[in-house]
Design a protein around this ligand. Structure first.
Ligand code: F3S
Length: 423
């Protein structure tokens, strides 16, 4: 791999041991990927927090030890300096306010708080969400980023037109200290053209439809790049957030094009660029019905847990939940957890939405989600969610049955205690 003089100096220790470790890691990682060089990045989103039981023993030796081992792959503990470039923490395992409701041990909650202080002092912005683009981290078109979290990566590449691969704890840890990431994959313009044409001949409008479409496309294209034809109604952030998260969970989709909507393709010709042998996939009423059915893995209609906010809810979604719950009470046998970034949680607080959700018996959660924390209310057997991604993961992770439907279906289910959607 070719390194600049600056990069060589970092590798050789001129800027301290931590940067030397970081540069060594990036070179090994880049060479394994076949990258010829590194690229400068000014935007890193990773996972740095010490908040799981498996990390707690490392934290006893200090947070430099945690960062060295988990974010730099270094057995030797090095002193971690201030991050070199803007860096944010993605979602964590613990809601700093609702850790007791989650059933998290007090010592672990305290460990996360101390870990955040350590990281904050080194310039890690505590966004604590899988949707950093909703709370201030909005890279511009063409910007090279180093992001983890599949639902954030697909949004970054496709909707924002910025450039990132799905990075890991180690590569983001090294990128944050050096401002570099291997130049390969989606950083290269020639790797960003569509491979599959998805011909859609039904109206896609509701958020649940976007989730179903994404789930279908993920299975159909795997890790390739779909271009969507036939979208008649302009989608918004919430719909594209759900679409991308679903496509990245049933498949490994990291980028898509919707000509006229996403910024890198004004036309199908631009979406495919030089790719001539496009594969064509059709999505119609039959495919929608089959995919919807595939997402329903419950048989029992009595539901005991409703999970909303995967990916983390926008402020409009918080407003809608409050509107649907105003003056109502959720069923006494049902737990309703609504997940949103803590910055949006504050907006929802001031707008009065949290008070309505809480008066109905719901809990507004931040910083985490059940798939990451592996924490659900005790004794849960049947879950309902408006997220195709969550419907995909929760049954496997938590050994529960799951229903998938619209936000309104889920709220009605929370009130009645029985699944109110189709299926
Ligand atoms: Fe975010 Fe958790 Fe869903 S990380 S995308 S809320 S599975």
């Amino acid at each position: 791999m070719r390194l600049s003089d600056d990069e060589k100096a970092m590798r050789d220790g001129a800027h301290g041991a931590a940067k030397a470790r970081a540069m060594d890691l990036l070179v090994r990682y880049g060479e394994a990927l076949g990258a010829e060089r590194l690229v400068e990045t000014n935007n890193v989103a990773g996972a740095f927090n010490a908040s799981t039981p498996s990390i707690a023993h490392l934290a006893e030796e200090g947070f430099d030890k945690v960062y060295s081992e988990l974010n730099l792959d270094s057995d030797e503990t090095v002193e971690i300096p201030h991050m070199a470039v803007p860096t944010c923490q993605l979602i964590t395992g613990i809601d700093n306010r609702n850790w007791q409701t989650q059933g998290v041990d007090e010592k672990l909650a305290e460990l996360q708080r101390r870990s955040e202080q350590y990281l904050g002092a080194r310039g890690v912005n505590m966004m604590a969400t899988c949707t950093p683009y909703q709370v201030g981290n909005v890279p511009v078109k063409g910007e090279h980023c180093a992001w983890m979290e599949s639902s954030a990566v697909i949004y970054c590449n496709s909707v924002l037109g910025a450039r990132t691969n799905v990075e890991g704890k180690e590569s983001t840890g090294a990128a944050a200290l050096t401002g570099r990431i291997p130049y390969w994959g989606y950083h290269l313009p020639e790797n960003r053209f569509a491979t599959h044409l998805v011909d859609i001949d039904i109206d896609i409008d509701e958020m649940a439809d976007w989730g179903v479409l994404g789930y279908f496309i993920g299975f159909a294209v795997g890790e390739d790049i779909p271009a969507l034809n036939g979208i008649r109604r302009q989608p918004n952030l919430v719909k594209l957030k759900h679409f991308g998260a679903a496509a990245a969970s049933s498949g490994g989709v990291e980028m898509y094009h919707i000509p006229g909507v996403t910024p890198e393709a004004a036309s199908m010709e631009q979406a495919f660029g030089p790719n001539r042998d496009k594969q064509v996939i059709r999505f119609g009423a039959k495919e929608r019905r089959e995919t919807y059915e595939r997402l329903q893995c419950a048989t029992e209609r009595k539901v005991d847990f409703i999970m909303l906010g995967c990916p983390h809810n926008s402020i409009e979604q918080m407003a809608l939940i409050a509107q649907l719950l105003e003056g109502r009470r959720i069923h006494p046998d049902v737990a309703l957890w609504v997940h949103t970034p803590h910055a949006i949680r504050q907006m929802a607080e001031r707008s009065g939405y949290n008070a309505i959700i809480e008066a109905a018996g719901g809990v507004v959660m931040s910083d985490t989600c059940p798939a990451i924390s592996r924490k659900l209310p005790p004794g849960v057997r049947v879950v309902a969610t408006d997220s195709a991604k969550q419907a995909h993961y929760l049954p496997a992770i938590a050994k529960v049955e799951g229903w998938f439907g619209s936000l309104a279906d889920c709220v009605e289910t929370a009130v009645s205690g029985e699944w109110q959607g189709a299926g």
